[in-house]
Each structure stands twice: as structure tokens, then as C-alpha cells.
Design a protein around this ligand. Structure first.
Ligand SMILES: [Zn+2]
Length: 214
């Protein structure tokens, strides 16, 4: 949910959802009037988000920043990222309301997923301590401009097909639209964050009560 931008005018990233793919959806506010407070303003902010979220390592982030992607490649990658985010928002919002996602969005998600999972690669572990386990990685991680989306897709697929999908909620805050997994013991979490949407609702209730009294 929106907070005041910092001194540099940048709205900070937040990681409050409990899932990488939901945190990705929460890089913008989904309001009735359209998108607000875009945090993925340019390609560099996409790379920065991916590193901050743990989707990619600092090493991969550095490689992406160092690579001489053209302006066109960066713009295209950013637009692909926003497209995926929009598809995920649709699918998650439907599922959170116990409705099936529409076929077009599901197909688009599956297309993204197919491209990402085609990159998964298993290799023999290095060193003594691997215990014989194979190590998995992504082919092209750090060299494709949209590689940070692969772990996001992995996370989305795991969430959508797992038991925790029942805990998927959309924030009850006005003009927020952020999503999270309600892992609270009583299952009554209503807000993306108590300190923003929760506090705002509380202030509104207080205002309405005192106005009613006046
Ligand atoms: Zn919220």
C-alpha cells in the first residue's frame, strides 16, 4: 500500500506478502482508477526489486547492471515484467475470491511458465558436502534481461498448485489491491500492513464516529 515517497521521490519496495510472486504483484497499487505508485519505474528498479526480494543474487544483479543491454531491450524487458505482473494479479485476485481465472490469462501464464521452466537445469553438485544431491539452476540467469521473472514464475506456480493458496487474500484497504498469505493463527488478517492500510481504516472509523457525535 502507498506510503509517502522518500526524499528522492522513490516509493520504497515492501515485502509483506509472504511469497515472492505476491511481492512482485505488490510493486504497484491496484486501484479502481488504475495503477498507482508504480515501483517498477524503469529497468534498473526491476533489477533492484529482484535483488531486494531475493529473486536473484547480488552477483546476478551486478551482471545484469553491467551488461550492455540496449535501451530497447531494457524497455521491452520492463514491459514483459509488467505484463506478467498484470496476469498474476488477475489470476491471484480471482483465486482469492474463489473464482476461476479467465482462460486467456491462464494461457498467458502457462506460456510464461513454459519459457521459464525450459531454463531449469540440474547439474552434479560441487564439493564434498553436496551429499550426492544434484544442484539446480537456471540456464541464462544473469544474461537474459528478463531472467529475474523465472524465480517469480516458479514461486507463483508453487503457490497456485499448493495448499497455501487457500490463505491467499487481497488487502481490504481502499485503493490498495495488494495481496498476501494470511498465515495468522486466527486467519483474520485483513490488511497488507497494519501500519498503512490498517491504520488508515482505523483513522477513518474514528473520524466517522467523532463526526457522528458532532
Ligand atoms: Zn493494503
Amino acid at each position: 500500500m502507498a506510503v509517502n515517497p522518500g526524499d528522492n521521490g522513490v516509493v520504497p519496495f515492501k515485502f509483506v506478502s509472504g511469497d515472492l510472486s505476491l511481492d512482485f504483484v505488490n510493486t504497484v497499487d491496484w486501484t479502481d482508477q488504475g495503477l498507482r505508485d508504480e515501483r517498477l519505474a524503469d529497468y534498473d528498479s526491476l533489477v533492484h526489486w529482484a535483488e531486494s526480494s531475493g529473486a536473484i543474487s547480488a552477483d546476478v544483479a551486478l551482471r545484469l547492471s553491467d551488461r550492455a543491454f540496449s535501451g530497447h531491450e531494457k524497455t521491452a524487458a520492463l514491459s514483459v515484467a509488467r505484463e506478467l505482473r498484470s496476469i498474476l494479479e488477475h489470476v491471484f485476485a480471482r483465486i482469492a475470491r474463489a473464482r476461476a481465472p479467465d482462460e486467456g490469462n491462464l494461457q498467458a501464464l502457462n506460456k510464461f511458465l513454459g519459457e521459464a521452466l525450459g531454463r531449469v537445469h540440474l547439474a552434479t553438485g560441487s564439493g564434498e558436502g553436496s551429499g550426492g544431491a544434484l544442484q539446480w539452476s537456471w540456464i541464462g540467469m544473469g544474461s537474459e534481461p528478463t531472467c529475474m521473472l523465472w524465480p517469480v514464475l516458479w514461486s507463483a506456480a508453487a503457490l497456485l498448485s499448493g495448499e497455501e493458496v487457500q490463505k491467499l487474500r487481497v488487502c481490504a484497504g481502499v485503493a490498495c489491491g495488494w495481496m498476501y498469505l494470511d498465515r495468522s493463527r486466527n486467519g483474520l488478517r485483513r490488511w497488507c500492513e497494519m501500519s498503512t492500510c490498517g491504520a488508515r481504516a482505523k483513522a477513518r472509523r474514528h473520524y466517522e464516529r467523532t463526526r457522528g457525535r458532532a
